[in-house]
Write a protein that binds this ligand. Structure first.
Ligand code: URA
Length: 428
């Protein structure tokens, strides 16, 4: 007989109590093994969403999720390791230039990534638009690539935090994704189990992010930074703006192309700024802050690592990227200044064009997405192209256009426009 039962754990949390270490260990393990039913875990997740968790509870919950699976160990590598995790945004392709850039500065980057669900894209979906590239690597292949190339972006294996995999899928269909204790423990259990020495969190704030306001984003960031430190991982967080989408593209192949521009020393200023800021954080954590990542973009060494990283996973970095069969241009409705381009509207449009998926098992289109030709603050002339929508299936244009309605403003020339910063705060 177990010392606990599910109803006791659920009612304790429902009534606002703190769960004990042994209740948490038991319920996470029993749920992973199938002894606690989905409907019981849904009730507990909702009680956690409504009543919250204390710091010790979150820390124990995270440890229990880590203990449900394997833990990787990179201590045998000849260089220190650093990883970045973004809470998800629109046009957020930063991992693509960042991993090779940090590797070019002498720090190994083991980036275990996921696929997109909903309006934010997944890093693996983007990379899979490169002909031949494969996401699945064995642990041995990953270690070898980290030693030889310095950077790897691949699918997280089923062995890492299996409790989270099951719980995340349940939260997705029970309205319990938005609980800070559950988001923090979900992200941090995977990142701690992954075994990185340094972790930099990019916590997005704004219409296109999970966290719509700065206060909740700060609370999430502080919770995650504390969890990382408790587990011996050097962890910092940047709070960054996600009310406007990043760069000039949202989709799969279009975001790879933009990332390659950044690696070639060009690319949109906001993508470059955020990539370099995150690289500096990762290098500082790993004890390599004497190297300036901006130099490694300028001298081509980050590009060299990118090509080696893609080739090591059977991709052809020089192959032409797939393009969508159909396109539709949205033009500026009047002459003036583009004062707003909403991240959520653009993310939903890209998703409806086929760049993202509605269900986990759906395929994505490599060429689908949105390219915008002006950023907030730019002057536009009536009738000029504002955005190009891309898809293989033209019947998708109507719904994509509907999600862009009300998603941007063009105001008369001379209207006041104050650009906001990308970097909003830093938590350490
Ligand atoms: N990403 C995760 O991995 N988990 C969450 O709960 C939310 C975002």
């Amino acid at each position: 007989m177990s010392q606990h039962d599910a109803v006791e754990v659920i009612t304790d949390k429902r009534d606002g109590g703190a769960l004990s270490a042994s209740q948490i260990d038991w319920v996470v393990d029993a749920y992973t093994r199938g002894d606690v039913a989905d409907e019981q875990m849904s009730a507990l997740a909702m009680a956690i969403l409504l009543n919250g968790m204390e710091r010790e509870e979150i820390s124990r919950w995270t440890a229990a999720m880590i203990a449900s699976g394997e833990r990787m160990d990179f201590s045998s590598l000849s260089r220190p390791t650093a990883d970045k995790h973004s809470t998800g945004g629109v046009g957020d392709k930063i991992t693509l230039p960042l991993a090779p850039l940090v590797a070019a500065c002498g720090v190994a980057v083991p980036q275990l990534s996921g696929r997109g669900l909903g309006h934010t894209g997944g890093t693996l979906d983007k990379l899979e638009s490169i002909p031949g590239w494969r996401a699945a690597l064995s642990n041995d292949e990953m270690m070898r690539q980290l030693e030889e190339v310095g950077a790897v972006i691949c699918a997280a294996g089923d062995g890492l935090a299996p409790a989270d995999k099951k719980l995340y899928a349940l939260r997705d269909v029970t309205g319990t994704v938005e609980a800070i204790p559950l988001i923090a423990s979900s992200i941090m259990s995977k990142k701690i189990a992954e075994g990185t020495g340094t972790l930099v969190l990019d916590v997005k704030v704004g219409t296109g992010a999970f966290m719509k306001d700065l206060e909740r984003a700060r609370e999430l960031a502080e919770t995650m930074v504390a969890l990382g430190k408790d587990a011996g991982v050097r962890t910092t967080a940047l709070l960054t703006d996600m009310s406007t989408p990043l760069g000039l593209t949202a989709g799969n192949a279009v975001e790879v192309a933009e990332s390659v521009e950044v690696l070639a020393g060009g690319g949109p200023a906001d993508v470059v700024e955020l990539t370099v800021a995150l690289a500096r954080e990762m290098l500082a954590g790993a004890g390599r802050d004497g190297v300036d990542p901006a130099d490694k973009l300028a001298d081509g060494s980050a590009m060299d690592v990118w090509k080696a990283m893609i080739r090591a996973q059977d991709g052809d970095p020089d192959a032409e990227l797939p393009t969508a069969k159909e396109s539709h241009v949205v033009t500026a409705p009047s002459t003036g200044v583009l004062t707003r381009l909403d991240a959520m509207a653009v993310g939903m449009a890209a998703w409806r064009l086929g760049a993202g998926r509605a269900r986990k098992e759906d395929p994505v289109q490599a060429g689908a997405g949105v390219v915008w030709h002006a950023r907030p603050g730019d002057e536009v002339t009536e009738g000029q192209p504002l955005m190009t929508l891309l898809t293989d299936e033209p019947e998708r244009f109507d719904r994509a256009l509907a999600s862009l309605e009300g998603g941007y403003d063009v105001e008369p020339a001379g209207s006041a426009y104050e650009p906001g910063p990308i970097l909003l705060d830093r938590i350490s």
